[in-house]
Write a protein that binds this ligand. Sequence first.
Ligand SMILES: N[C@@H](CCC(=O)N[C@@H](CS)C(=O)NCC(=O)O)C(=O)O
Length: 205
Amino acid sequence: MILYGRDMSPFARRVAIWCDLQGREVERRQLLVAGPQWEEIKAVNPLGRVPALVLDDGEVLVETAAIIDHLEETAPEEARLLPAGGAERRRTLQDIAYATSTAEKIVALVYDKVRRPEEFHYPAWIERLEGQIRAGIQVLEGRVPEAGWLSRTDQPMGGDIAVAIAGEMVEVVFPDLDVGDTPMLDRLVADMRGLPAFAETRPKP
Ligand SMILES: N[C@@H](CCC(=O)N[C@@H](CS)C(=O)NCC(=O)O)C(=O)O
């Protein structure tokens, strides 16, 4: 399989780590969704968005949730990273949902504050995004247990991957943004750094 998208994309990174924890081999194409590399991405996903996962038979999957759905459906039961059902699955999907919302706002802030020329900045919107990121990070902080994994098992699963990616991304990309105290989230990110798949995909701004 070939995965399009850089580690800087919290969504592409999630797919990369998910594949690794499931023991799947994936070739990475770490292309930027801007400049000349965008053409290469558009040849795979006409919308020019990542992640895009090209399966071994050439089929292209887009949208993180749809890609993860495929990975889960085709993995042997013991390699799945989502609980099968009930309250545990619901809780994990909500961990992922809050992490996704937060990551979307971090990405939006990158576009509005970093990529957009300064004369086109819209301060009220930037302030709104920063407030949403702060709120999202604090929701995630409240969902991380004092010890152990979000999965409540002896290993990290899908919720841990998504939440730790959002927590680390804000710290790497916007180190000066005040998101409040996050001791639980910091502990989770530190624990996740023990996994090569997480440590080796730390985004480089
Ligand atoms: N809902 C999408 C979001 C993907 C997304 O926002 N990707 C960004 C990179 S982090 C992208 O492709 N940006 C370029 C664009 O949207 O034009 C998913 O989960 O796959």
